[in-house]
Design a protein around this ligand. Structure first.
Ligand SMILES: Cc1cc2nc3c(=O)[nH]c(=O)nc-3n(C[C@H](O)[C@H](O)[C@H](O)COP(=O)(O)O)c2cc1C
Length: 376
């Protein structure tokens, strides 16, 4: 643990200030190039796991028929093209979600499209899902085995033009096919804030059912999660549960952030007003916590699980989401602001908190602070 503290201090005091002087997207690309190299060698992976991985049987859990050594995953967007799954798995993430990936390659939105708000430990994202396309990424991840579940996050191709709902359904189904054998789960990014401005044909009507019917026809379909804009509207939620009801392969929900930067922030207002995109990081924590609490109270918990993502940067943050009803959690922004040591710090901290509170398994803590659980 002492080495971890040294590594985290060194990252935050020396490495981060240097990195933050450069263009965020360039630094991200360089980080991926380094992580890809380190993750491709057994020695590199050994080094990463000695530094950052933390194992404890208490953290192991089963969700959607899959086994997770710990509940902390890498959220979608960090590794859009499946290049660094080996490094991320070696670093101790309990699962890795790659993407978002579309049926066709896409260059995304024009640059600049990624902005840091260090005062808020937040990132404003307007990438518009650039990616290499499903065929290339499927081929890449097939050649890179990892020992943790691999999630594949799929989205419609961003062409800059509006797409008809039927075409989106066909695209998502086509993007899924190359991943059927390799993905441990599929996450459909149904309301990507950077492609459709958070508006989605999947928030009403028949289109979600059409998509799920297409999926049902695919042999050996992996478990499916739906990533949709965070909300606490009972009518929308009931509609969603009704739409997925006939499809047992839908195993749960992940929450996307709404577009915009409408949170109480420390960053200067004039800076924010000029930034297009969606805010991620610490300020979104309360919104997602409330969404987790709300959904957990209404879903059939024997059938559906929640993956809680948004604003997690400590073990306490992760534990709060779990106690509100998340069976698994993910992060992205904290990796940028706290460095890779955050993975071990959160897993070790979670294990300590579970032990302190007398939980033998992380699953025993899921929903414990949710009145809905107490009411059962
Ligand atoms: C730079 C960046 C790119 C992202 N790209 C995607 C993406 O392609 N697909 C997706 O489903 N989510 C994407 N996300 C959202 C994350 O998966 C996650 O939901 C969000 O960042 C909240 O978690 P955080 O507060 O820990 O960052 C992205 C987030 C960031 C910061």
């Amino acid at each position: 643990m002492r080495i971890l503290i040294i590594v985290m201090n060194a990252y935050q005091r020396f490495v981060r200030p240097l990195l933050f002087r450069c263009d965020p997207e360039r630094i991200h690309e360089q980080t991926l190039a380094l992580a890809e190299r380190v993750g491709s060698s057994a020695l590199g992976r050994h080094l990463l796991s000695s530094l950052f991985a933390f194992a404890d049987a208490r953290l192991a859990t089963q969700v959607g028929g899959l086994h997770f050594a710990n509940p902390l995953g890498m959220a979608a967007g960090f590794d859009k093209n499946g290049r660094v799954i080996q490094a991320l798995a070696a670093m101790g993430f309990g699962f890795v979600e790659v993407g978002s990936i579309s049926a066709h390659p896409s260059a995304g939105n024009p640059r600049p499209r990624l902005f840091r708000l260090p005062l808020d430990e937040a990132i404003v994202v307007n990438y518009g899902v650039p990616n290499d396309g499903a065929a290339v990424v499927a081929d890449r991840v097939s050649q890179r085995p990892i020992a943790v579940p691999l999630g594949i996050n799929l989205v419609e191709t961003n062409t800059g033009q509006a797409i008809e709902p039927d075409a989106i359904v066909a695209e998502l189904a086509a993007a899924l096919v190359p991943f059927v054998e390799r993905a441990d789960y599929i996450a459909f990014n149904l309301n990507c804030p950077n492609t459709t401005g958070g508006v989605s044909p999947f928030t009403g009507g028949e289109h979600l059912r059409d998509l799920l019917r297409e999926c049902a026809a695919i042999d050996d379909l992996p478990p499916v999660f739906l990533k949709l804009t965070a909300h606490t509207d009972p009518a929308r939620l009931d509609w969603m549960l009704e739409a997925v009801d006939p499809f047992a392969f839908v195993k749960g929900f992940i929450f996307n952030l709404p577009p915009g930067t409408n949170y109480p922030l420390r960053s200067p207002a004039h800076l924010l007003s000029s930034l297009p995109g969606t805010l991620c990081g610490r300020p979104v924590q309360a919104l997602i916590d409330e969404t987790v609490r709300f959904w957990y109270g209404r879903i059939d918990r024997q059938r559906h699980a929640i993956i809680g993502v948004g604003g997690i940067s400590s073990a306490r943050d992760a534990y709060r989401k779990i106690r509100l009803g998340a069976s698994l959690v993910q992060l992205y922004s904290a990796l940028v602001f706290r460095g890779p040591g955050v993975v071990r710090q959160i897993n070790a901290g979670l294990s300590h908190l579970l032990e302190r509170d007398g939980f033998a398994r992380v699953a025993d803590a899921v929903g414990i602070d949710n009145q809905a659980k107490a009411a059962v």
